[in-house]
Design a protein. Structure first.
Length: 286
């Protein structure tokens, strides 16, 4: 079956063909860069405009007068340090609980082969078909009955039941080389020692991806923290931005949104290689 391209190898070898190729390639890349980065630029510079300028029609692409007072006011007026710390505590706990329990469950389903394991896995995956909104009321009643309202545990425990991350881990564990695990078993390593010393070090890419998913899910969640935390001092940044936005200048609110997004952007830039490696983790052959 032959494949056809817009430019043949012979045409690409010519100066005119090379010029056409690089023109199209550069234009496409620039369009994607503008599409993804322009909203970020608009948000960052919007916080540096005056209140009148940010509401002006038509808008200005570049602030007429650069000012950082919006960021300093947002840091102080909206109590960002306190709410950012609340978010860090909630996200870190949810990440730790999810990593421990999802990894243990995925390892058990993949390598320990429990009775009715496929049935259990099917039931877990079936929960992905249930709308998240349908689970809000049962989760809230459960948390309220346990007396966990206004407690970070109310964020940590529901985060453990993540069927997608569990399935992602199980698929990766299924494709780990069997001879490596058998060699560890022959050396006298038990199930727990094999998991800790063999499986987890080999699973760093997929663990990185699961960690990103877990942290981002908690960081950007709004509805569940809004229901759980009635105490304003314990609310995460996603809820606090809405609750404290009344009588706050628009530039200050935009600056607070920029500050709230910095941790996730920084984390992505720091661990992007692990994320990309984890995306291709399923290609491991067993």
């Amino acid at each position: 079956m032959s494949t056809r391209t817009l430019l043949s190898p012979a045409a690409l070898a010519r100066p005119r063909g090379k010029a056409a190729y690089w023109t199209v390639f550069t234009g496409t890349v620039l369009l994607f860069v503008i599409a993804f980065l322009f909203p970020v630029y608009w948000m960052v510079t919007g916080a540096m405009k005056s209140a009148d300028e940010v509401a002006r029609t038509p808008p200005t692409l570049v602030p007429e007068r650069w000012q950082v007072s919006g960021y300093t006011d947002a840091w102080d007026l909206m109590q960002l340090p306190e709410h950012l710390w609340n978010t860090v505590v909630q996200a870190a706990g949810a990440w730790l609980f999810q990593l421990v329990f999802c990894t243990a469950a995925a390892y058990a389903l993949s390598k320990l082969r429990p009775a009715f394991g496929n049935v259990i896995l099917g039931g877990i995956l079936a929960t992905l078909m249930v709308p998240a909104q349908a689970l809000v009321v049962p989760k809230y009643l459960t948390v309220a009955d346990l007396g966990l309202l206004n407690d970070p545990v109310a964020i940590w425990l529901p985060a453990v039941a993540n069927a997608f991350n569990l399935y992602l881990l199980k698929r990766f564990f299924d494709q780990l080389p069997r001879d490596v695990l058998e060699a560890a078993e022959m050396d006298g390593a038990g199930r727990l020692r094999t998991l800790w010393s063999i499986v987890l070090p080999m699973s760093r890419p997929v663990l990185g991806v699961v960690s990103i998913f877990a942290l981002v899910a908690v960081w950007q969640d709004f509805l569940w923290p809004l229901m759980v935390f009635s105490d304003t001092d314990k609310q995460p940044i996603s809820v606090a931005l809405v609750q404290l936005s009344q009588n706050i200048p628009l530039t200050v609110l935009i600056a607070a949104m920029v500050i709230a997004s910095i941790p996730m952007v920084a984390m992505f830039l720091a661990f992007q290689r692990h994320i990309i490696a984890g995306i291709g983790a399923g290609s491991t052959k067993g």
